[in-house]
Design a protein around this ligand. Structure first.
Ligand SMILES: [Zn+2]
Length: 389
């Protein structure tokens, strides 16, 4: 279909090597190995291609590898980004660190989330080098740590990285994921008055008061489910954690609820603040003994990269050239690292392979889509960064 220089056997070999390296996130599984070994492996692999390499210790024992293929300085810069950490594997029913191929699928922990996608990006870089192409703009490849927990890898990377666009190689079925939801964590505390269980005249039951909040959250969720976004689906809210009470014969002095609100593109954390402010005020108007506070403890914004952005247009063109079809735009319901890049004003989309079983007992990536994603990224790099003739 095209004159791609992607080394297909080399890509499969690389993916196998990456899966063999245990890189379970130590913030998720205590005592896990983390990203040091895989960061070093990728660094030496990129170094052998002639890239400029940097290994950043983001936090103690946590590493990003950054490779730079310098352009002539006349073109736009592009970053390919992928995370090296995986979730744990104790519950897997396949051998997590021994990659096996069956019916075109490669099985192992991290195969789809996301060593397959990372392999596609690394193979695209290799294809550029192997073809002897001189790029006009810089090409940056970042293998980052900790996406599965707090994204400290991409957070750290974006403090010093300035690029014109980025591709995050998470799985996207060879389609372009250009928007996804955000989320906000809300902590609500109702206050009661702790007295002996017999003293109904003076006791205030903080747990029952929280019941009113729970009811309103259910109502709010119904309302949110009617919101609409063409690619991400509706907004939502659910209760996640609750605690309260002192002992059986005592009125509870407080009840603490933690809820999670999922935001669709166009919404901000301000909307969530307004919802809770209004909710608690309304309950208080009807019940003078109701006394509650809320706090947004953490949030991540939604992402919405325009369909008309250069990176979207370039990937579409590259897919038509490499694979003979025009990818569609998709949206994600989960939050992704892309948003950290997008928040810096850099259009970032997800483009990667197909597979199944992220965080599950059986995980695989469809090998052909790893090769296909590599080819599309190879052509995207050339088109986006420009080629010195
Ligand atoms: Zn992932």
């Amino acid at each position: 279909m095209s004159n791609s220089k992607v080394d297909e056997d080399g890509a499969i070999q690389l993916l196998k090597e990456l899966i063999k390296i245990d890189s379970v996130n130590p913030s998720l599984v205590s005592g896990a190995k983390g990203e040091k070994e895989i960061a070093e492996y990728i660094a030496s692999w990129l170094k052998s291609l002639g890239l400029k390499i940097r290994i950043d210790e983001v936090a103690k024992g946590r590493y990003n590898t950054v490779g730079i293929l310098e352009g002539t300085g006349e073109g736009k810069s592009l970053m390919l980004n992928g995370h090296t950490d995986t979730v744990g594997y104790d519950y897997m029913t396949i051998d997590p660190l021994k990659p096996t191929i069956k019916d075109g699928k490669l099985y192992g922990r991290g195969s789809i989330d996301m060593k397959g996608g990372l392999t596609a990006s690394l193979s695209a870089v290799k294809a550029i080098v192997d073809s002897g192409t001189t790029l006009k703009g810089d090409l940056i490849v970042a293998a980052v740590c900790d996406e599965e927990y707090a994204s400290i890898g991409t957070e750290h990377l974006m403090k010093t990285t300035h690029v014109d666009s980025a591709i995050v190689g998470e799985p996207s079925d060879l389609q372009i994921l250009r928007c996804h939801k955000g989320f906000a964590w809300v902590k609500i505390e109702t206050k009661g008055i702790a007295v002996h269980g017999s003293l109904w005249q003076s006791g205030v039951d903080a747990i029952t008061k929280m019941g009113k909040v729970l009811n309103d959250i259910a109502e709010l969720d119904k309302k949110l489910k009617k919101t609409y976004h063409e690619l991400t689906g509706p907004a939502s809210i659910h209760s996640s954690l609750i605690e309260g009470g002192l002992e059986l014969s005592t009125y509870p002095d407080k009840c603490i609820l933690q809820a999670e609100r999922r935001l669709i593109p166009g919404e901000t954390v301000k909307d969530v603040e307004n919802e809770f402010k209004t909710m608690l005020e309304k309950i208080k108007q009807l019940d003078p003994k109701f006394n509650a506070e809320y706090e947004i403890t953490f949030h991540r914004n939604p992402m919405d990269v325009p369909a008309t952005s250069e990176i979207c247009k370039t990937i579409i063109k590259a897919s038509e050239k490499a694979l003979g079809f025009k990818p569609i735009f998709i949206g994600g319901s989960a939050w992704l690292d892309t948003q950290i890049i997008w928040e810096k004003g850099i259009p970032a989309v997800v483009y990667g392979p197909s597979g199944d079983g992220a965080h599950a007992a059986v995980e695989y990536v469809d090998l052909q889509t790893v090769i296909d994603a590599a080819k599309v990224q190879e052509f995207t790099i050339k088109e986006f960064c420009g080629v010195q003739s």
